[in-house]
Design a protein around this ligand. Structure first.
Ligand SMILES: [Zn+2]
Length: 303
């Protein structure tokens, strides 16, 4: 990968416990932006901070003004804009980013770093706000792949491919699934929910999982992501879709953020450990530990 593109937001999970938009939230933003902006031309663009654009020094506004949006798609957690001249850029929401459409008369929120207007309707503008600035805009040009170095998309991933990818690593399955080079788009919430649905303990070394377990996990990931997209994602703090609406999937989380509450399947209390700096939620009854980890150690454990 071109070193110029590796800025602030590596493909490895960021070392913090804060929540960030994952695949369903990013897909929901795309689903709300695409019908509104596809076919529209940028008539103006303003950057209030140049340092949110990568590669540094790119004159993004000059590159996009006058160009028509051919499509808006998602790759992993990236919102990819393709222009009519073949140029492309993507927006990453980072931890606290929002990409919203607003009437230009609506007062600008604080930390609005990028604003663009279109040929129609002229009253509407696209705004990128990001108080914590882990997100940003990446110019890809016509050559660079929007998924350089990134693992496959989970919604279309075949079990045999996931078996092959997980078989290469002895890392805890939770950490392997968070690694964007193994599989794209998953984060803390949907990994915890998928592992619970598949009955797999989050500390299980990835390569000891059986083909049957990985098959179940692959199906669980797809089911949960699709359900979350239908509920317009999970809003726990910052996330909103392009129309400023919160998601609803957090209301039906089965383990994430439910420490001490009964497991919806067996009524045992949901456990929480900290794994690689991240809160990890699971049911010790439905997700029995792999043998080297004695169960009493797994309560309140920090790994
Ligand atoms: Zn349970």
């Amino acid at each position: 990968m071109d070193a110029r593109f590796v800025r602030k937001f590596p493909l490895q999970p960021a070392p913090q416990t804060a929540l960030m938009p994952e695949l369903p939230e990013v897909q929901t933003v795309v689903n709300t932006l695409e019908p509104a902006l596809s076919g529209r031309a940028f008539v103006s663009a303003t950057l209030n901070r140049q340092d949110i654009v990568t590669p540094a020094g790119t004159d993004l506004c000059r590159l996009i003004v006058g160009r028509r949006i051919a499509s808006i798609t998602r790759r992993g957690k990236r919102i990819v804009f393709s222009l009519d001249d073949g140029g492309r850029f993507y927006v990453h929401l980072g931890m606290s980013g929002r990409l919203t459409l607003a009437n230009h008369e609506t007062p600008l929120p604080r930390h609005t770093h990028f604003i663009a207007r279109f040929d129609a309707p002229e009253t509407r503008e696209l705004r990128f706000t990001d108080p914590r600035r882990f997100g940003g805009l990446w110019w890809l040009g016509t050559e660079e792949s929007e998924g350089e170095g990134m693992g496959p998309e989970p919604l279309t991933l075949k079990s045999k491919d996931l078996i092959r990818r997980l078989g290469r690593t002895g890392r805890a399955i939770k950490n392997a699934l968070l690694d964007q080079t193994v599989i794209a788009g998953l984060g803390n919430i949907y990994v915890d929910e998928s592992l619970h649905a598949a009955g797999i303990h989050p500390l299980t070394p990835a390569q000891v999982l059986t083909a049957e377990q990985v098959g179940r996990l692959n199906r669980a990931i797809k089911t949960i992501l699709r359900r979350a997209i239908r509920h317009r994602g999970s809003t726990l703090r910052d996330y909103r879709d392009a129309n400023g609406q919160a998601g609803n999937f957090q209301k039906i989380h089965r383990v994430y953020g439910r420490t001490g509450q009964p497991c919806p399947r067996c009524h045992s209390p949901i456990e929480r450990i900290v794994l690689g700096g991240r809160s990890t939620h699971f049911c010790l009854h439905c997700q029995p530990p792999h043998k080297p980890y004695p169960a009493p150690l797994l309560r309140g454990m920090v790994v």
